[in-house]
Ligand binder design. Structure first.
Ligand code: BGC
Ligand code: BGC
Length: 637
């Protein structure tokens, strides 16, 4: 590796001396020209270039602080601005990495290389890194991805329960294990920066991102996120706490554009805002989180992405956050300036260090350069932003191993039995038993069980959004399982096979059954697409087929166990009398087998509702005590 670096440095030297470097940006300040003073070294020490001057930043024995200040001192404004910008795959190219020196590239939801194999991912990342390594100072780039419930863009990765189910499980030991497992699967694809965990403290289930929130209770959010982030960082991944802050507090009706609630305005006193929405961040900063993503949403009318008080005064100065703040997907587009350049300046001046500009990365870089030249952005702010980004990169060891040749992983394939087992345990712990009249559960040996409903045999439904694609997709629309895993039905069938239970799926034989299991729920969705005014099982986010299945089962007039497979606590009040037992499954992910073991009583129910369950949408936000179930509710056998 060292040899490669020195060969490259020597190569760059030759190019720049010859005045034909395709990689060096025009340099303005004298220190930035340091590269031209280099001569080939003996290859033993990349920091010793044999000229008396040395690339101190390449010396891993120096402190990160010293390496950052050395490197920063060599960088031109153009190089700095490049580090502050992130483009998206499919648009940003390896050549862009060389020409613009981008600090990062991301995958949006579902953006994968052809084939979506481990090899394809490694090649993709290596290709960008080659582009980055052709720049004058060879600053490695960092790949960012939404591995928000497992490395779920990648076929065959373990898909863990969505956050709301993890909140019901509320187990910090398993959260650490999950963070570690997801990290190991991410390392297989050489993508080391995760846009997760979402630490939204969701207050209104009509929000389409409710399932990305662990709980409406900031203390649960904080504890679970802390354990997960530790699991990630102990295993080499930089996690991101998002979306800072108040994403889960937006008021229904204030959504951005035509959204009902997503990216809207959180309207609280500062004291309430701190107690509910900022609390997790304070703790996570203390725990060493490296990246924080600014929220699209506003607080009392000001977009968080341009909110200097909260990004800089509170998060960086008061809480002491030393990592970097990344803006969200094209977030500059929604800011208050009259031009793109002004919006970029607003975000940077407020404290955003890296701009996620999937398509306008070149313009964003230019806007930063122009901003400094025109005096609307200070060079001190730029230096601070770049120092933060470089600090993370140095600490991750990227400078020593940009191609991740020495990266060790615990597993050599995705979807190992070991990680599936962690996920299955989380599924078991996430199930909340809401009702069990006549002790219809647990299932018992000798029973005939009719199993039906649109959520019972569909991995895509179990996984929800941010799985394989941004919005997620059902197996039905995919004409086959969207990824590897066990459906709830398959789990029940394997259990039944060894426990003298007969599973009936043919509705013509339903009348033979002793018990009926009905699985209904929501379609997959993500972000504002999932905003819903009514939260009804037969409305826009209800699964097609819910209605028929519910009435068909009702007409059977048999003991009924209903499984709700949904990203949030949908409106079920009007059906409660028809159902003898009700289990909230949330979105369990790829390990549907966890449902069978609990229904069968092999493991008891321990899950507790992480949010209050409303009787009717009109009760939301009224502070009513007349809930269907209170937060914390959950029965056991
Ligand atoms: C979402 C983020 C996500 C980003 C990248 C945004 O639209 O709000 O949560 O990390 O896209 O996919
Ligand atoms: C991307 C997502 C992103 C969203 C924002 C989608 O096209 O795939 O990652 O969050 O746009 O609107």
């Amino acid at each position: 590796m060292r040899r490669i670096i020195s060969i490259c440095l020597a190569f760059i030297l030759v190019l720049s001396l010859a005045g034909c470097s395709g990689s060096a940006s025009p340099t303005k300040d004298a220190t930035a020209a340091a590269g031209t003073e280099t001569s080939a070294n003996d290859g033993s020490n990349p920091a010793d270039n044999g000229s008396g001057d040395s690339y101190a930043y390449l010396d891993p024995s120096l402190s990160t602080k010293d390496r950052v200040s050395d490197l920063l001192g060599r960088m031109t404004l153009e190089e700095k601005a490049g580090q502050m910008v992130q483009g998206v795959i499919g648009t940003a190219t390896a050549l862009d990495m060389t020409k613009l020196g981008l600090g990062s590239v991301l995958s949006g939801g579902g953006a994968v290389p052809d084939g979506n194999t481990i090899e394809a991912w490694q090649d993709l990342v290596a290709n960008y890194q080659e582009g980055a390594m052709k720049t004058r100072l060879q600053i490695p780039f960092l790949y960012g991805i939404d591995a928000v419930h497992g490395h779920s863009n990648v076929y065959g990765a373990v898909v863990f329960p969505q956050n709301i189910g993890l909140g019901a499980a509320n187990d910090t030991v398993l959260m650490y294990d999950m963070g570690a497992a997801v990290a190991e699967e991410m390392k297989l694809t050489h993508t080391l920066w995760n846009f997760s965990p979402c630490v939204a403290v969701a207050q209104d289930p009509r929000w389409g991102r409710t399932y990305e929130s662990y709980s409406s209770d900031p203390s649960i959010v904080s504890a679970l996120a802390e354990a997960y982030i530790k699991g990630q960082s102990d295993h080499g991944i930089s996690a991101t706490a998002k979306h800072y802050a108040g994403d889960g507090g937006t008021v229904f009706g204030t959504g951005e554009g035509s959204n009902l609630i997503d990216r809207g305005d959180t309207q609280l006193t500062e004291e309430q805002f701190r107690a509910i929405h900022l609390a997790p961040y304070k703790l996570l900063v203390d725990a060493g989180v490296k990246v924080i993503m600014a929220s699209f949403s506003s607080f009392n009318g000001t977009k968080m992405t341009e909110n200097k008080y909260y990004l800089t005064d509170v998060l960086k100065n008061e809480f002491g956050f030393k990592g970097f703040i990344v803006s969200d997907w094209e977030a500059t587009a929604g800011l208050s300036g009259d031009s793109f350049g002004q919006n970029v300046a607003n975000a940077v001046n407020a404290g955003a260090d890296m701009l996620m500009e999937p398509y306008k990365y070149a313009d964003a870089r230019m806007a930063i350069i122009d901003g400094v030249n025109e005096g609307t952005i200070s060079i001190e702010r730029v230096n601070d932003a770049v120092s933060r980004i470089l600090t993370v990169k140095f600490d991750m060891g990227l400078f020593e191993d940009p191609y991740m040749k020495n990266l060790k992983t615990e597993v050599d394939t995705l979807g190992s039995a070991k990680y599936r087992d962690i996920s299955k345990k989380l599924v078991e712990k996430s199930l909340v038993l809401l009702k069990n009249e006549g002790s219809v559960l647990p299932l018992t040996s000798g029973q005939k069980i009719f199993v039906t409903g649109p959520a019972v045999n569909d991995i895509g439904v179990q996984c929800g959004g941010w799985t394989k694609t941004w919005q997620g997709l059902t197996d039905v629309s995919n004409s086959g399982k969207i990824t590897q895993g066990t459906t709830i039905l398959e789990g029940l069938q394997s259990y039944a096979a060894v426990n003298n239970i007969e599973i009936i799926t043919d509705s013509n034989r339903a009348s033979e059954a002793d018990v009926v299991i009905l699985a209904i729920g929501e379609i997959p969705y993500a972000e504002f697409v999932g905003d819903s005014a009514d939260l009804s099982l037969t409305g826009a986010t209800g699964l097609p087929g819910n209605k028929e299945a519910i009435s068909m089962v009702y007409s059977l007039n048999k003991p009924t166990v209903t499984l709700v497979v949904a990203g949030r606590q949908v409106m079920i009040n009007s059906y409660m009398d028809q159902w003898d037992a009700v289990v909230m499954c949330y979105l369990p992910g790829s390990e549907g087998g966890g449902v069978a073991s609990v229904l069968a009583g092999e493991t008891d129910f321990t899950g507790k509702l992480p949010m209050p369950w409303y009787r009717d949408v009109s009760d939301i936000g009224t502070g009513t005590k007349d809930l269907l179930f209170e937060k914390g509710f959950g029965l056991s056998y």
